[in-house]
Design a protein around this ligand. Structure first.
Ligand code: PXP
Length: 243
């Protein structure tokens, strides 16, 4: 299982003062040194954390894959086509939200998603669609020609009790199985923490997790390399037990 580390919140701290520290490039290099499998960044339309220049700089300096999270906004699509990340993950975006709230409604935005998938593919960029773990969204994703789906783990992470959490986990398992059956690569992410990652990491069909907030939060206390190492360790334990 691959671990993509989302470094947006390193930029959140920098933007709090509109200064140059902490340096995002340095964070990306340390994440790479910690043997993460990829760097994930979300270039939001409001540029609240990651800036355009960050995306170019990180892409140019890292050797591991860059996964660019992006909305369907034309300006952002054009930047992605110019940067050419290894992978683009298409997400919905609302200006007033604190973080990405729901998955992309692929069915309702089908023509636009299909068009963006094709343009990204023409540049050799792999495309993943960030969706809620629902069968119809998995099917619609497949029909757009996307390579992968990233299952939104937010409802699982925010479950109010154990029963709700089990139900949400079941949805993730079913969607992961269905996605794989349709020939899609399956990723997952959002709201995953050191406490809740293991059951998701144990889902065999999931190949990649993208985790940000919890890793960056822990790195304040233990450093970013150690924070990545600790997360990798949990993922490894979950995976090892399930085989
Ligand atoms: N995956 C996607 C598609 C996201 O939008 C985000 C948040 O930017 C993440 C993963 C990471 O979520 P978190 O910061 O809660 O780990």
């Amino acid at each position: 299982m691959r671990l993509g580390v989302n470094i947006d919140h390193v930029a959140t701290i920098r933007q709090a003062r509109r200064t140059t520290e902490p340096e995002l490039i340095y964070a990306a290099l340390l994440v790479q040194e910690a043997l993460a499998d990829g760097i994930t960044m979300h270039l939001r339309e409001d540029r609240r954390h990651i800036q355009d220049s960050d995306v170019y700089q990180v892409k140019n300096i890292i050797k591991i894959p860059l996964n660019l999270e992006m909305s369907l906004n034309e300006e952002i699509v054009n930047i992605a086509l110019d940067v050419v990340p290894h992978q683009a993950t298409l997400v919905p975006e609302k200006r007033e939200e604190i973080t990405t709230e729901g998955g992309l409604d692929v069915q309702s935005n089908f023509d636009r998603v299909k068009d963006v998938v094709k343009r990204l593919h023409d540049k050799g960029i792999l495309v993943s669609l960030f969706i809620d773990p629902e069968e119809w969204q998995v099917e619609a994703s497949k029909e757009t020609g996307a390579d992968a789906i990233e299952l939104h783990t937010g409802s699982y992470a925010n479950a109010k009790n154990e029963r709700e959490r089990e139900l949400e986990l079941e949805k993730l398992i079913n969607a992961a199985k269905y996605g794989k059956k349709l020939g899609l690569h399956v990723h997952a992410g959002h709201g995953l923490t050191y406490e809740n990652v293991k059951p998701v990491a144990a889902i065999e069909e999931i190949e990649e997790l993208n985790i940000g907030h919890s890793i960056i939060a822990k790195s304040v206390f233990v450093g970013i390399k150690e924070a990545v190492r600790l997360m990798r360790q949990l993922i490894y334990e979950a995976r090892w037990k399930s085989v």
